[in-house]
Design a protein. Structure first.
Ligand SMILES: Nc1ncnc2c1ncn2[C@@H]1O[C@H](COP(=O)(O)OP(=O)(O)OP(=O)(O)O)[C@@H](O)[C@H]1O
Ligand SMILES: [Mg+2]
Length: 505
């Protein structure tokens, strides 16, 4: 059947079931060439599954896919690539031991023949990669080992890979989740130039501002269904949120009305033991307080909070908890001192893929869940772990499901639940709502507000301006490893934060 030539991609009536979940329910998506088409929806709505069906990673249970009017049914990612469909995944799939160029050309290495034998043409591979990286203004070398690059550079390689195969459809599943602002702008430049060449980009992100910056069309999914496809110009944030969550959301932040009391954590002259990291940071945190930690990506905020948690070494500095000086040499020391840390790199260091949601939530809390005779109190574990996940609306068929079956954002909710379950006195949250949809963000904010109302204290590292402004009692800003200022409530606004965040020496 010939399809409408106005579309480069048509996915018609796609259905996909997983055990206990109807992930896609008769979804039809049409994409025009030379456009950026954003795919929006809450965690678990079915966005990644839809794209994995397109890409041949999952086989749909029903429906048809047309690329350029021709019916296709990709049997593998390789097959999709050969037809001009490429995808940058939400979960990076790199080979850390191999070089940048080997990663980019994996499975499609340029060959040269020497008699009857086929060899990989390393020279050509190097040259091609060099040109590719140069055109994309990427500042690493084809020979760099993939594992030695930062997450954002690894992501940039995935982008280079997508560009390298001359795709006519490029899917980007949350490509900016760990990019700096400069890198995001750079990515948008690349996206625009691809669009100008007639490439269709399917763009998935939870960052509302990005959507309005680059989209031509927006499709919204909810609970495995397509709710609407609209021109971006017909939408605004409120309308889009309403389509996503199915109700009006007048407030993005709950009230935070706790009044901070005495100092519970005090870091003095904290200096990293590695070069070019944070130096001489002195900062107090009070009971009942949310202390925002702002700055650009690369400002060393993660490094600083990880050193408080005992994950990194310091050269000089002292730490006091409730007025008593202590030395934290490992995360275990930190947990014993009542500190919890929700890491930024939740996928890398956070999850046990094969274990259930209950196990993933309760692991650090098991000590407190023993019956007198020493056995684990499974009922208590189950009730507490499921209670917190329910509150965050973790979407799953059952709480015994392995965490790897959950959507990206729902996995993150489980990790947030994990640290809430440890009932820390002091909770450090590093980008707590990254990759999490608007509705669930509100739930996390509500829990944060409840915690500080109960006298706990929170350090929140965040790159999201609205979140810093909406939730913090005070905002401390780092730039290049230096503490450039601490803003009190009335001075917290984006101009002041940006000014301090860019106060390079
Ligand atoms: N391999 C799998 N096995 C079982 N269930 C799965 C699998 N992959 C996805 N699901 C389920 O399908 C549904 C849709 O998941 P999907 O990953 O497509 O969501 P998403 O819209 O990409 O969400 P997010 O914004 O969190 O990334 C979820 O309920 C998820 O738990
Ligand atoms: Mg996803």
């Amino acid at each position: 059947m010939a399809q409408d030539q106005n579309y480069i991609l048509e996915m018609c009536n796609i259905t996909k079931k997983f055990p206990g979940v109807l992930a896609l329910d008769d979804v039809t998506l049409r994409v025009r060439p030379g456009t950026v088409h954003s795919l929006m929806g809450e965690n678990g709505a079915g966005k990644s599954t839809m794209m994995k069906c397109l890409f041949g990673i999952y086989q749909e249970d029903g429906g048809e896919i047309f690329v350029n009017g021709k019916k296709e049914n990709f049997s593998s990612a390789k097959h999709a690539l050969e037809t001009g469909v490429s995808m940058i995944h939400q979960e990076l799939s790199i080979v850390p031991e191999r070089s940048v160029m080997e990663n980019i050309w994996l499975g499609r290495e340029p060959g040269k023949k020497l008699g009857p034998v086929q060899f990989v043409d390393h020279k050509k591979m190097f040259k091609d990669t060099e040109t590719l990286l140069k055109n994309l203004e990427m500042e690493f070398s084809p020979n760099d080992r993939m594992g030695s690059l930062s997450i954002s550079h690894q992501q940039a390689c995935e982008i280079a890979k997508a560009v390298s195969c001359d795709a006519s459809i490029v899917v980007m599943d949350e490509p900016t989740s760990s990019l700096t602002e400069t890198e995001v702008n750079h990515l948008f430049k690349i996206i625009n130039s691809l669009r100008d060449k007639g490439v269709a980009i399917i763009y998935i992100s939870h960052k509302m501002s990005e959507i309005f910056q680059i989209s031509d069309d927006v499709s919204v999914m909810r609970d495995g269904k397509l709710i609407a496809t609209k021109k971006a110009s017909e939408l605004d944030e409120d309308k889009l949120i309403k389509l996503m969550v199915g109700r009006d959301m007048t407030n993005r932040f709950p009230p935070v009305d706790s009044i901070p009391a005495e100092v519970c954590l005090s870091a003095k002259n904290y200096t990293s033991d590695v070069e070019r990291s944070f130096k001489d940071i002195s900062l107090d945190l009070r009971k009942g307080e949310i202390l925002g930690l702002g700055g650009l990506v690369g400002a060393q905020r993660t490094e600083f909070v990880e050193s408080i948690f005992g994950l990194r070494k310091i050269k000089t500095g002292t730490l006091s908890i409730n007025g008593k000086e202590i030395r934290i040499k490992s995360p275990e020391d930190a947990i014993n001192a009542g500190i919890g840390l929700i890491t930024e790199d939740r996928r890398g260091s956070g999850i046990f893929p094969l274990l259930s949601i209950i196990d993933n939530t309760s692991i650090p809390s098991l000590k407190g869940c023993r019956k007198k005779v020493g056995f684990l109190d499974h009922k208590k574990i189950f009730n507490t772990a499921t209670g917190i996940n329910k509150k965050l609306r973790t979407k799953t068929p059952t709480f015994h499901t392995p965490i790897q079956n959950l959507s990206g954002g729902n996995q993150q909710k489980v990790i947030v639940s994990r640290w809430l379950m440890t009932l820390p006195e002091i909770l450090i949250m590093d980008e707590p709502t990254r990759g999490i949809d608007v509705g669930a963000k509100y739930e996390i904010y509500t829990i944060m507000s409840e915690l500080v109302n109960a006298g706990k204290a929170i350090i929140m590292v965040s790159s999201e301006m609205p979140e810093l402004i909406g939730m913090s009692h005070r905002v401390a800003v780092l730039c290049n490893g230096n503490l450039t200022g601490v803003l009190e409530k009335n001075d917290i606004n984006s101009e002041n934060i940006m000014r301090l965040a860019t106060q390079f020496e």
